[in-house]
Write a protein that binds this ligand. Sequence first.
Ligand SMILES: Nc1ncnc2c1ncn2[C@@H]1O[C@H](COP(=O)(O)OP(=O)(O)OP(=O)(O)O)[C@@H](O)[C@H]1O
Ligand SMILES: [Mg+2]
Length: 243
Amino acid sequence: MLEVKDLKKSFGDRKVLKGIDLNIEKGEVIGIIGPSGCGKSTLLRCINLLEEPTSGEIIYNGEKYDRNRNLSKYRREVGMVFQQFNLFPHLTVLDNITLAPIKLGILTEDEAMKAAKRYLKKIDLADKANNYPDELSGGQKQRVAICRTLVMNPKVILFDEPTSALDPEMIGEVTKLMRDIKEVDFNMTMIIVSHEMKFIKDFCTRVIFLDEGKIVEDGTPKQIFDHPKDERLQRFLSKINTR
Ligand SMILES: Nc1ncnc2c1ncn2[C@@H]1O[C@H](COP(=O)(O)OP(=O)(O)OP(=O)(O)O)[C@@H](O)[C@H]1O
Ligand SMILES: [Mg+2]
C-alpha cells in the first residue's frame, strides 16, 4: 500500500537517511525504534511529505507522490500526529479539529462540526469543544490532535512520539485511544515512532530498528525484542527497559 524506495535525506552535507526501503501493507502497525538522532522523525516527515527527500520515492497505492505532486490528495489519506501536538493555540478545540477538512473541501462546515462532535464525545471531551488548547492537559491535547487527524478519515496515521511529552499518568489514555482506533478500524495502517517499548512490543505487528539512517533490523516484535540479531540492536535494547 505504501512503499518507500531508496529514500535518502541530507541536511547540508550531513547524511541523515542513507537509503531506506520499506514496503508497508494495509493494516500493518509498524513500530520504529532506534537511538536519538538516527533519523526516525526525518523518515516520518519524509513519508508525510513535510520534508522533501534528497532522492528516492514515496509510492502510495501504486502512485508516486511528492510535495509538488498530488500533495492535497495525499494529505487526505495519510495523517500525522506530533509529539508537541501542534494544535493552534488561538483556535478552540472544535475549530482545531474542523479547520483542515473544511479548508481542503473534504467536509462541509456542517459535516465537519458533526464529525468533530462525534469524535469528541467518543473520547469523553465533548465538554471541551469550546475550550482553547492551553486549557487542556497534555493527554487531552494529544487526544484532540488525534481526533483532528481522524476527522480527515485517513487510511494511514503516522505518530511521532505521541506520548513522550506527557506525564506518565497520561500516557495510558493516549495509547488506549490508539488501540481503540485499531479496534474500530481493523484496516487502519499505523506507523509509530515511540520510546514506549512495552507499548511497541505488544501493540505493533512489525518493528523496525533504525540506526544511523539505515534499517538495521525489521521483524515481528518477538524477533526484535526477544531474539535481536544485530549487535547494534542488542546494545540498544540492553540500555532501555522493555518491560
Ligand atoms: N531541519 C534540519 N536541519 C538540519 N539537521 C536536521 C534537521 N532535522 C533533523 N536534522 C538532523 O538529522 C538527524 C536526525 O534527526 P531526527 O529528528 O530524524 O532524529 P530522531 O531519530 O527522530 O531522534 P529523536 O529520538 O531524538 O527524536 C539529527 O542529527 C538532526 O540534528
Ligand atoms: Mg524524533
